[in-house]
Design a protein around this ligand. Structure first.
Ligand SMILES: Cc1cc2nc3c(=O)[nH]c(=O)nc-3n(C[C@H](O)[C@H](O)[C@H](O)COP(=O)(O)OP(=O)(O)OC[C@H]3O[C@@H](n4cnc5c(N)ncnc54)[C@H](O)[C@@H]3O)c2cc1C
Length: 397
């Protein structure tokens, strides 16, 4: 079978490496490197590199890598189109184009940095200092503010948030975040909604905030390609999939990682994160392998365990969560948490290296199977999210 995987982030790499290598596997992605996106705030703070050559991660697997930007899909003709004019045919497509920071607020594209432009941000943060303002109180914004304040003491760092920073954490978790921000000298601007970014300031619902440098860490957004190709998507443009991670509109297309809206029984729609994105991708590969071999495909099962936040290199919060991702009143904090978070980051990359050598090794925490038989492969009934979507959207994960 001819399987094409588009996107080589955590999800695309996991799927590509786990697919049965008797198939012809082609990995189409914009870059020759795998980017450890969960370390981009570290890159902004001076870490030398967060990428690994794809050639290294796919060595000896037979996976053919095509470096090209995907510009369109033609699901009827079963073709992937690239910006350099190629048309790549497939029998089965694994769509793994991920997400990126939403930059739709006026002025963000022109005047703000994001996690995606972390390398340019680092080059801008010289020793002269000034006012550096991070926008977004989700975990990504919190991580960026702490990391930058620790790495660049000459800069006065502020954090603008619509709610309390780390609003999805437990009271203990939020207290620890607040205490660390105070220790690092990060000034808070809670309750402010940014309406525009200008060259020297932020316009907010609570007045202007001066800023020499703005770092935007708002919600994640997904590429429009799935919707443009006619795949069924939700209101955020994430592809709707059945219990076996197959597009509900196009059975030859599997969608994995942030690009997929996966209904997790009892926990609502999957959070945009590696934590669930890698399991989704691994399971999709198992399903494709099973169906190709004439075996029954089982529905995806998953349970949330923790949320990890680094607060600079020596501090952090590990938030234990219920199965539905809501926080328990139980955290690890400080140096131990920073150590655990570092191990989690190493594990994500390490899992890919192990999967290259021994496909099928990667394991994840599993929750109960969907009760509804329709979730086994057909159209899933929508499950109400138990964690409010709004709590997640600022910086997602
Ligand atoms: C600073 C930061 C810290 C984070 N920390 C955590 C954390 O601690 N825990 C956690 O669980 N999550 C974390 N996340 C979220 C996590 O990074 C994402 O959820 C995860 O990367 C999603 O994986 P993915 O493979 O779906 O997408 P991505 O990692 O975004 O990969 C998408 C891939 O598709 C490629 N691509 C996109 N468009 C095209 C195109 N048109 N043509 C060709 N290729 C294309 C990209 O180049 C990339 O290779 C963090 C995110 C950020 C920004």
């Amino acid at each position: 079978m001819n399987i094409v995987v588009i996107g080589a982030g955590y999800a695309g790499m996991t799927a590509a490496l786990r697919l049965d290598r008797r198939h012809r596997i082609t990995l189409v992605t914009a870059d020759e490197h795998f980017t450890q996106r969960i370390r981009l705030h570290e890159l902004a703070a001076g870490r030398p590199s967060v990428t690994v050559p794809l050639a290294e991660l796919t060595r000896g697997t037979g996976i053919v890598t095509v470096t090209a930007r995907v510009s369109g899909l033609d699901p009827e003709a079963k073709l992937v189109r690239t910006a350099d004019g190629r048309k790549i045919p497939y029998d089965t497509l694994v769509y793994a184009l991920g997400s990126r920071t939403d930059v739709s607020t006026p002025g963000v594209t022109e005047h703000a940095y994001t996690a995606e432009t972390a390398a340019e941000l680092r080059a801008r943060l010289d020793s002269r200092g000034g006012d550096l303002v991070v926008v977004g109180g989700g975990l990504t914004g919190v991580e960026l503010a702490a990391e930058l304040a620790e790495a660049y003491p000459a800069w006065r760092v502020g954090l603008v948030t619509e709610t309390e920073p780390g609003a999805g954490l437990s009271a203990r978790g939020r207290d620890h975040v607040a205490g660390t921000m105070a220790r690092l000298g990060v000034s808070g601007h809670p309750g402010a909604r940014v309406t525009a970014v200008e060259p020297d300031r932020l316009r907010t619902t609570r007045g202007d905030i001066p800023a020499d440098v703005v770092v935007w860490a708002g919600a994640f957004t997904v590429p429009a390609l799935a919707a443009e190709a006619g795949l069924a998507v939700d209101e955020r443009g994430r592809a709707r999939v059945d219990g076996t991670l197959r597009s509900v509109s196009h059975p030859d297309v599997y969608v994995v990682g942030d690009a997929a809206a996966v209904e997790i029984p009892g926990a609502g729609v999957s959070r945009m994160s590696c934590a669930v994105g890698m399991p989704i991708a691994a399971h999709a590969a198992d399903v494709v392998n099973a169906r190709a071999a004439g075996r029954t495909a089982r529905p995806f099962r998953f349970r949330y365990l923790i949320q990890c936040v680094s607060l600079g290199r020596r501090d952090g919060v590990i938030q234990l969560v219920r199965r539905d991702d809501s926080p328990l009143d139980l955290i690890l904090a400080g140096r131990t948490a920073a150590w655990v978070k570092e191990q989690v980051c190493r594990f994500t990359l390490g899992s890919l290296r192990v999967e290259r050598r021994r496909p099928g090794t990667y394991l994840w925490p599993k929750g109960p199977a969907p009760a509804d038989a329709r979730a086994r492969g057909g159209d899933e009934p929508p499950a109400p999210p138990l964690v409010p979507e709004a709590t997640r959207r600022s910086g997602d994960r």
